[in-house]
Design a protein around this ligand. Structure first.
Ligand SMILES: [Zn+2]
Length: 281
């Protein structure tokens, strides 16, 4: 898991800090707190931080939620290239600006052939209607912004197996370019138990979506959600509270799939991150 490192890039902010002893002390404490942390993040990272002094935190000008105990989280998208500015303010105004540099990742091109054509480019009106309706439900689920802070706990891999698809690869399905892969695929036997990657609340549980088959979405707070797809069995219900490692379903090959595997994704609202980066310490 990548945690935020604090460093000043703005001379003005530095002057403000020097003029305010308590803030200078605070800065010192934060530096001690984060001394083991990296200063840049790979594309596809989930950035988790804590600041007890800020009333507001902005990521490239956009406000983000802060928990009562100072936790916040934001994603770095697969496409992010420019450094990200994180601005911290309280009743005295901006007291810290923190610039995050981005480590560019190399993404593969993944070709998958032999999928039924209806699964790649559906033409049937009823299927299109079904996809639109299902997408609408998922879109609403992604918007949820719960006050939970389970995201700050370590994540676990929901099942073991062979990583058959990595995050971010450009997918070419039956020769047609599709959106990048938004999670990882873990290939294993049908029926292998799938665990929740962290504590959370189930916000979506369906046994048969067109593309993703048996699908579960779990909310971990502040827009952070994990998704589990192609399940052969869905063993949880919406609004159910789950602990990390709870068995929530079983690996299958339902929806758009060429063999038994778990598709595991993690997102913050609409931005997907690389689940494998969450497992690194
Ligand atoms: Zn997948």
């Amino acid at each position: 898991m990548h945690r935020l490192t604090w460093h000043l890039t703005d001379i003005k902010s530095l002057m403000v800090l020097i003029n305010r002893v308590f803030l200078l002390l605070f800065y010192f404490n934060v530096c001690v707190f984060s001394s083991e942390l990296s200063k840049s993040f790979p594309q596809g990272s989930l950035v988790i931080g804590q600041n007890n002094e800020a009333n507001e935190i902005f990521v490239d000008g956009e406000p983000i939620k802060i928990s009562h105990d100072g936790y916040y989280v934001f994603p770095i998208s697969r496409e992010q290239i420019e450094p990200i500015n994180v601005t911290y303010s309280n009743s005295d105004g901006i007291f810290l600006i923190h610039q995050i540099s981005i480590e560019k990742q190399d993404y593969d091109i993944q070709r998958i052939d032999g999928l039924p054509e209806q699964m790649v480019t559906p033409l049937d009106d009823n299927i299109i209607k079904r996809i639109v309706a299902e997408n609408e439900v998922i879109k609403e689920a992604k918007k949820l912004d719960m006050d939970l802070t389970y995201f700050k706990e370590e994540f676990i891999q929901p099942t073991t197996g062979i990583i058959s698809g990595v995050f971010g690869s450009q997918r070419i399905l039956n020769g047609k370019a599709k959106s990048p892969h938004r999670g990882i695929d873990i290939a294993t036997d049908e029926g292998t138990p799938v665990m929740s990657c962290n504590e959370g609340i189930v916000i979506h549980a369906e046994s048969d979506l067109y593309y993703t088959g048996g699908t579960i979405i779990i909310d971990h707070g502040h827009g952070v959600k994990s998704i589990y797809a192609h399940l052969s069995s869905v063993n949880v219900e919406v609004n159910q509270k789950v602990s990390k490692k709870d068995i929530i379903g079983k690996v299958g090959s339902t929806g758009r799939s060429t063999g038994p595997h778990l598709h595991w994704g993690v997102m913050v609202f609409n931005t997907y991150v690389d689940p494998l980066l969450l497992l690194e310490n």
